[in-house]
Design a binder for this molecule. Structure first.
Ligand SMILES: [Zn+2]
Length: 146
């Protein structure tokens, strides 16, 4: 097996610890997800590691079928799963599984987009991976029966 570069290992270590790892370039200010040794915007070295805020907006998603996914993930997922794009509050875009949507009625859920989500790091398929969680709808206050 090929050895993972140190910055890739560091990225997974952060996820294991429940943090969403990113980098901020001290030269151009670009914030990106994951660790890289060189800024992908200005190509200069030594972006600084930062912890990204685990909040964002889900802008689009689709429903993936189990036969469309790696087997190690299928084992830990309840059948079909929503996969979508989250614009993180800090700027970067994250593609990940989405929890809290009605995957039986995606059309109705698309009507609700964009949706505020929180990022939760969960152990799925043997890896710590980010999952976007849609908060449960607020309950409408009901009048109490006399
Ligand atoms: Zn830069």
């Amino acid at each position: 097996m090929k050895e993972m570069p140190g910055y890739v290992r560091a990225f997974y270590r952060e996820l294991e610890a429940g943090r969403l790892p990113g980098m901020r370039c001290p030269h151009c200010g670009q914030v990106r997800l994951t660790y890289v040794p060189v800024c992908d915007r200005c190509k200069r070295r030594a972006p600084e590691p930062v912890e990204l805020e685990k909040r964002g907006v889900l802008t689009v998603f689709s429903v993936r079928q189990p036969w469309d996914m790696e087997r190690r993930y299928v084992r830990d997922l309840p059948g079909r799963v929503a996969v979508g794009m989250v614009e993180l509050k800090d700027g970067p875009t994250l593609w990940c599984c989405v929890d809290g949507l009605d995957v039986d009625h995606p059309e109705a859920e698309w009507e609700r987009l964009p949706l505020d989500v929180e990022i939760d790091i969960r152990r799925i398929g043997g890896n710590a991976i980010p999952v976007a969680v849609v908060p449960k709808a607020l309950q409408i206050l009901k009048e109490v029966e006399p």
